[in-house]
Write a protein that binds this ligand. Structure first.
Ligand code: BTN
Length: 264
């Protein structure tokens, strides 16, 4: 097994100098060598008043979490483990959009680094390269008076990792498996922050900016046009609604909108 490139110092330096190319995402940006879960840390920071855009990146996590209580393997120096705090003030009904637009942002960021075609979003929260999972998104929000007051967007993006445990082999991939370039996690992080800012701004702006975002999402979403079973809703996924719901044409002829769940 070849050793991981040591781009840790570059991540640390990026955090010390701050993200220069964004207006709010990653301003400020903090770096830690190891923590339990960056989502837990950023949720705590949000309770202490951290501002929209605050982000934390870790070199390793000891209790990285995925959706549905799953473990997110977070080995030292291998990948990006990032949490971004946003204070979107959108309605609870609109909140599934956040994970989706983050998926689109990741796809756009990843396009800058991989030679591969087939960088897609699997509804609602996975980034895939050639149908293998390259990143996962875990959004944890706090609602106040019917609006999403704070949301912590947790992003686990596989960058360098090539050795997969048996349960992930064949279904997981990393950027490095799809490029000849030597990647630096710091450069990937800058791209992720830039694209998250662009996509979230468009979502919050609404109107034509949001419609363009949904169109871009629909054309990137590899779930659309396929047969799905979303927690018992079975049929063909046919589109994404303005609030991020997946439209499913069910086998019984009905059309259902699914706001959350796991696609099988
Ligand atoms: C999933 O696909 O199930 C979502 C995975 C999200 C993992 C990231 S890593 C950074 C942040 N901290 C965590 O504990 N989880 C998220």
């Amino acid at each position: 097994m070849s050793p991981l490139p040591d781009d840790t110092e570059a991540l640390d330096a990026l955090a010390r100098h701050g993200a220069q190319s964004t207006r709010w995402a990653g301003r400020p940006l903090a770096f830690v060598q190891q923590t339990g879960s960056t989502n837990d840390d950023v949720r705590a920071a949000a309770r202490d008043g951290a501002e929209h855009g605050y982000a934390l990146v870790a070199n390793a996590q000891t209790s990285g979490r995925g959706r549905r209580g799953r473990v997110w393997h977070s080995p030292v120096g291998a990948n990006l483990y990032l949490s971004l705090l946003v204070r979107p003030r959108i309605t609870v009904e609109e909140s599934p959009m956040l994970a989706l637009v983050t998926g689109l942002a990741l796809a756009r960021a990843v396009d800058r680094f991989v030679d591969a075609r087939g960088v897609t979003v699997k509804w609602p929260n996975d980034l895939r390269i050639q149908r293998k999972k390259c990143a996962g998104i875990l959004v944890e929000g706090a609602v106040r008076e019917g609006v999403l007051d704070t949301a912590v967007i947790g992003i686990g993006l596989n960058v360098h990792r090539r050795d997969w445990p048996q349960e992930l082999s064949g279904i997981a991939t990393s950027l490095e498996e799809h490029t000849e370039q030597n990647l630096s996690r710091a450069s990937v992080l800058i791209a992720v922050l830039e694209e998250c800012e662009r996509a979230i701004d468009a979502m919050l702006l609404g109107g034509s900016a949001k419609r363009a975002l949904i169109e871009a999402l629909a054309s990137r979403c590899d779930t659309i046009g396929t047969r799905v079973d979303v927690d018992g809703v079975v049929g063909i996924a046919s589109g994404i609604e303005d609030d991020g719901a997946l439209v499913v044409r069910c086998d019984d002829g009905s059309v259902r909108s699914v706001r959350s769940g796991e696609v099988r």
